[in-house]
Design a protein around this ligand. Sequence first.
Ligand code: PMP
Length: 372
Amino acid sequence: MTNHDRERHFNFSPGPAALPLPVLEQIQADMLCLPDAGASILEVSHRSKAYIEIQEAAKQSLIRLLKIPTDYDVLFLQGGARLQFSMVPLNLLRDSSKTAAYVVTGSWGKYALAEAKKEGDAVAVFDAKATNYDRLPTAIELSQATAKTGKDPAYVHITSNETIQGVQFLSDPACDYPLVCDCSSDFLCRPIDVTKYGILYACAQKNAGPAGVTVVIIRKDLMAGASEKLPGYLRYANHSENDSMWNTPPTFAIYTLGLVAKWLENEVGGLAKMLDHNSYKAKMLYDTIDQTPELYIPHAQKNSRSLMNATFRFPNEQIEEQFLSGAKKHKLDSLKGHRSVGGIRASIYNAMPIEGVKTLVSYMQDFAKTNS
Ligand code: PMP
C-alpha cells in the first residue's frame, strides 16, 4: 500500500465543502455499526427503527434551530437545488394564469429563472446584470420589483446567497406574496424568520452536510394546488404525506445532516452564536481585503457582501496564479474563483474554523507585503 498524505488542509471549497471535525469523527465511530442497530448507516433499511429515529431527529433538530412553525413541513429530497429550480414552478406555477417573479442577483438566480420559464410565465423583476451581479436590490427596488409583473405573482423567488458572486441577503425581505428562497449556500448560517417565506430550499453540501440531500421547508398550504398528474417524485405533497419516504431517501446524507444540526445545537450553541462566528470570520477576511484594495479587488459592494463566499480579483492573472500556488503551500485549498467570474473565492461556511481564516488572512498580509 502506498503511503498517501492524509493531513487535513483548510478547505475553502464552495461545495461540497468542509464538514465540522466532530461530525466526521462521529461518522467514523458509527461507520462499522450504529448503536444498537447491528449494522452501519449505509446498510440499514430506511424502514428500520434505527433509521426512522435518525431521520426524525434530524428533522426535529432543524425545527428547533430554525424555529419552524407547525404550518410548515420539512422535506428531505434528492436532485439537488437544481431540481428545486423545476419543482417550485411545477408545483406553484404550472397550469396557473399567474406569473412568477424572480429577483436575479447572480448566476444561480438566473439558472432558477431559466427553468421556471419552461413551466409558465416567469420574469426577472430585478436583475443586477448592469453591475455584473455585485449587489442586492435596495429595499425600495425590492418592493417595486413585484409590482412590475402587473398582476399578483404566484411567488417571488430570491437567492439568499449567490455562491459564485458572493452577495447575500442578511435579513429576511418582507414580501406580500409567497417568497421562495434558494438558501443553498447560506442555510443555517444565521437565525431566520421562517414565517417570512413560503418555501426555503437548500442543497446540503455547503453548510449542512454532504451532497445527496436537499432540504425543503414548505408552508403546507402551498402544496395543495399542484396537479395530481405531475410525475410522483416532483409533487411536494407526495413527499410530505410519506414523511420524505415516498421513495428511498438518501439515508447517509440525512444522517450526516442530522449530525451537523446536532453540532450546531449542542457545540455551537444555536444559530445566533453561529452568526457571531460567521460575522467574526468574514470581518477578518474583508478587513484584510480592504487594507490593500489595489491588490485585492473585491467583487461585491460592501453592503451586499456575503458572510459565506468572499470574492475578489487581482490586477492580473499572473499575480492570481502566484497567490494560488503560495496558498497551496500553506495548505489553503480550493480558493480559485468560479470559472464564470474568475479571481478568488474563499468559501468560509459554518464549518471553517476561525483558525483557517486566520491562516488565510496572515498569508494574504504577507503576500501583500511582497506584491503591492
Ligand atoms: N443554488 C445555489 C445558490 C448553489 O450554490 C448551488 C450549487 N453550487 C445550486 C443552487 C445547485 O445545487 P445542486 O448542484 O445541488 O443542484
